[in-house]
Design a protein around this ligand. Sequence first.
Ligand code: NAD
Length: 365
Amino acid sequence: MGNYSIAVLAGDGIGPEVIEQAVRVLQNIGKRYGHTFNLQHAMVGIAAIEAEGDAISDATMQLCQQSDAILFGAVGGIPRFEGPNSKIQPERALFRLRKELSLYANLRPVRPLKALLNASTIKPEVLQGTDLLVVRELTGGLYFGKPSEIRETPEGLVAVDTLLYSEAEIERIVRTAFELARGRRKKVTSVDKANVLSTSRLWRRTADRIAPDYPDVSLEHLLVDTCAMQFIRQPSSFDVIVTENTFGDILTDEASMLAGSMGMLPSASLGTRETAHGLFGLYEPIHGSAPDITGQNKANPIAAILSTAMMLRHSFNLQQEAQAIETAVERVINAGYRTADLHEPGKITVGTKEMGGLIAETISD
Ligand code: NAD
């Protein structure tokens, strides 16, 4: 029986809707297994910009630092806060959390449920057997490189972004991928654009240098364009994929369609800080704030719910409890319940709250 402190940052749009359901599930896990989850709620994103003047306040950063883990919803979604001229971008909350808490390894597992193979736009026979894990570098590359600005020049406006990786940054994320592959099918695919980019050539050299330290794991290299194609041609050929920030961002949205919907994919962002219970981490669904369906009880809460399962597994070492959540999700899907994004003829369409309630009840069964 443990006592765990969690900073809950629900954010904007559907963030609060899906996090409410994730918290319901977590509370039922607490009741069933006798754990106490101390939840401290704070604002991020547009809500925080309006109330506190920044996408994440120093006080919220401190709360996160003192917690054992962070449960995050989504930020953004109102155009006036996101235009090219807006002063504070809601995404700053995430970038600050990732950078200041050194959460450099983003884990995004994709394992389409059998009962959902028909919900994907990809043929079931292609999806069959898919069970992959994308390990995305999260604190380097284009999203953090400086300079990054629009400049006025005599020839007109020009813009620059900077893609920079140190060997040390590459090494730690590639090692994470090898370590994770050891607990799976022992294959790492390193994805880059080594035929064009210098950062990719350093990435590939570093992966090759490290590979002999893991003789039980095989390493293959794939160009990112080929990987994008291979994802929908033969997704079951992958085990662990490791790649840099921007490529990982794009490839995981593509991979989400293998699982039927963005609303199905959880993620974990990990660093090296240990708490009394395990590795400190931030857990969030991979989707955004979905302004097109906000406030309509239509959002699929499963990605957020599965993110709490990842939290139990990676940050609290509660394997059985994590499995209980994953099994509950599968049982509810197998029973024929679907949110609108997974709509299939003959199945029962339910809203966000109902889906959360069904999964939470299954935990208590
Ligand atoms: P999005 O992920 O919010 O939505 C893309 C599409 O998927 C939409 O049609 C949406 O309705 C659907 N969708 C997403 N999550 C769903 C769910 N749980 N259930 C059912 N359908 C779901 O991406 P977007 O529309 O490109 O971005 C909207 C806003 O979210 C933008 O402001 C963007 O910057 C922000 N964003 C935030 C994060 C984050 O907080 N981590 C991530 C991505 C985008």
